[in-house]
Ligand binder design. Structure first.
Ligand SMILES: [Zn+2]
Length: 239
């Protein structure tokens, strides 16, 4: 028994469906915990503190997401929150993390590439993305090989989002220069310090983007999902 389980705490209960506090005891579940019934809407439930499996706690999904995006690995989360690895993965994979540009027009977008991998370094995948330095927003991103095709894909994505920009800043990588052509007005490493800083931030925050750790995903799909989630959180200010 842990020390905090011995403390006596009064917990106020609310109906999980309608949040009413007008509840009655309604027998016990076959495995022990007290069952409650809401007098307002009729919902029957057991309270969070009576649950033996923590994976069904009402607040668990939000907690998992925050831990994922703060650099905790799947297995760390499973151990700390006392829930199954499967549950953690489910929350990650089932989430929808679509980002939408927050402005119609940008002055300058920095574009850069970022690599990561699943399994061994032979399976490198490249993230090519556009970043707005002033707001710290990841405006658009694509995955692919480090080639002209992927650079062009990013430009296409930007056009499809129906946003406009005055200029593109990128390093001397040939594919960017060819894909964006005359739109590139700032060229060279000193114009991309914003996005380079963001790459650094990603390596810190996204456990899977760390180098030399055991926390790389086994599945590419889950790996890319973890990034999608991080971008969502970066853009909407939870980090
Ligand atoms: Zn109710």
């Amino acid at each position: 028994m842990r020390f905090y389980e011995r403390m006596k705490i009064n917990i106020e209960l609310y109906c999980p469906r309608c949040h009413d506090s007008n509840l009655v005891r309604n027998g016990k579940k076959y495995n022990g915990p007290q069952n409650y019934r809401c007098k307002n809407c009729g919902k029957q439930f057991i309270s969070d503190n009576q649950r033996t499996y923590k994976g069904t706690l009402s607040s668990i999904n939000a907690m998992i997401l925050i831990m994922l995006v703060r650099g905790s690995g799947i297995r760390d989360i499973s151990t700390i929150l006392e829930i199954s690895v499967k549950k953690v993965l489910k929350v990650l994979v089932k989430g929808i993390y679509k980002i939408q540009p927050q402005k119609k027009h940008y002055d300058c977008l920095e574009v850069d590439e970022f690599w990561t991998y699943v399994g061994s370094k032979g399976n490198k995948v490249w993230l090519i993305y556009a970043y707005h330095r002033e707001t710290g927003e990841i405006v658009a991103y694509v995955w692919g090989k480090r080639d002209l095709k992927t650079a062009k894909k990013l430009r296409k994505r930007l056009k499809r989002l129906e946003i406009t920009y005055d200029s593109i800043a990128c390093d001397d990588w040939d594919s960017f220069l060819r894909a964006f052509g005359a739109e590139v007005k700032q060229r060279g490493k000193r114009h991309t310090v914003g996005i380079e800083g963001n790459n650094f931030r990603m390596r810190h925050r996204i456990r899977r983007a760390f180098r030399r750790t055991c926390c790389f995903s086994k599945k590419l799909k889950n790996h890319l999902k973890a990034f999608a989630m991080a971008f969502f959180y970066l853009n909407y200010g939870y980090l």
